[in-house]
Design a protein around this ligand. Structure first.
Ligand code: FO1
Length: 322
């Protein structure tokens, strides 16, 4: 492939949440020149623990691409220990360790928090961290500010991570309170990167809890609608089940059809292509394709279950060629 000039803008911009998005990003990262990739990451999961700024979705992508991620959980660092967290329980009480932060992981949060306190923008701090961890693609937070997603549930108003981790997604979500608004600061270069890239890919992340926090910032929804022609989404649902996480129950509580079709409808106003799982092609493929076409979406069946690096690369390569 042709050598990329450093000042060239990335070809592929991937909107991503945590683990599902990180798998597809890894597929791209291992298939094309990493400098052709830019990630726009949800930061609605961000949380302040023990006075430290944690960016779970960004860290999952960074640790995955630097091959440091915990291979079992797909978040946190491989081989991490938890002595610091155990000692913190002495001061904060037994329940203080509901969010498992490892000793090495603390280093990332300490460094990030210190840099933010010095006045650096989050996007600059992330750039610094990926330089130090030798990650070769660009990773942007969706906004410079701390704008966590909160959830109104039957247990009261919860931070996203309380819902997701502390209460293991058991609470019933009544309303999602997004932090995004017109007032947030979009990291520099994102506007030109989105305008000049070849493809914008909505990764197979939770549409409501990982992608919508980004879209709640009007700038993104508008620029996606304007560039609809180059927007491709990948289903996070295969045969009525999410690969991971509470997407199905979220869709039911939002009154949406909990299927890959339901997700495409949710994204309909700003996507022109959609990749759904080939295992769903039971009836006549033409009927399925026609159903999507009627909504202005060109749909493609493919193996979207990314349970090996080979399949992550195949899916990424398939998308890159659409
Ligand atoms: N996920 C969990 O299920 N349990 C945890 O204790 C946990 C800790 C954690 C610490 C740092 C970090 O960057 C991510 C962490 N995650 C944990 C993952 C995270 O909660 C979710 O995977 C994402 O927020 C969802 O995309």
């Amino acid at each position: 492939m042709e050598k990329m000039q450093d000042n060239q803008t990335p070809k592929y911009v991937i909107f991503s949440g945590g683990i599902g998005g990180a798998k597809l990003i890894e597929g791209f990262y291992e298939s094309v020149d990493p400098r052709e990739i830019a990630v726009i990451s949800n930061t609605g999961d961000d949380i302040i623990q023990f006075g430290l700024r944690i960016c779970p979705d960004i860290d999952i992508v960074i640790y995955t691409l630097s091959n440091m991620v915990n291979k079992k959980h797909l978040w946190g660092l491989e081989g991490d220990t938890f002595s610091c967290l155990n000692m913190l329980k002495t001061f904060y009480g037994a329940g203080a360790d509901w969010f498992h932060i490892g000793d090495k992981d603390f280093a990332t949060h300490i460094y990030r928090t210190e840099m933010l306190k010095k006045g650096y923008k989050l996007s600059n701090v992330i750039q610094n961290i990926i330089d130090k961890l030798k990650v070769k693609c660009q990773i942007f937070p969706m906004a410079e500010e701390y704008i966590p997603t909160r959830l109104e549930t039957d247990l009261g108003t919860l931070h996203f991570e309380e819902y997701f981790v502390k209460y293991q997604t058991r609470p019933k979500i009544r309303k999602i309170i997004y932090g995004g608004s017109n007032d947030v600061m979009i990291p520099e270069k994102i506007d030109s990167t989105l305008s000049q890239c070849e493809k914008i890919i909505i990764a197979p992340s939770n549409p409501f809890l990982s992608i919508q926090p980004i879209l709640e910032i009007p700038f993104y929804k508008e620029i996606l609608k304007k560039n609809k022609k180059k927007v491709i989404a990948v289903t996070p649902i295969i045969k009525g089940r999410a690969v991971k996480g509470p997407t199905i129950s979220n869709m039911k509580s939002m009154g949406l059809e909990p299927t890959s079709w339901g997700v495409a409808k949710y994204y309909q106003e700003f996507i022109s292509k959609y990749v759904f799982d080939e295992s769903e092609v039971m009836a006549d493929l033409d009927i399925i394709i026609e159903k999507y076409r009627k909504c202005g979406i060109e749909a493609f069946p493919y193996d979207t279950l990314m349970n090996s690096i080979k399949k992550k690369k195949m899916l990424a390569t398939f998308i890159a060629r659409l």
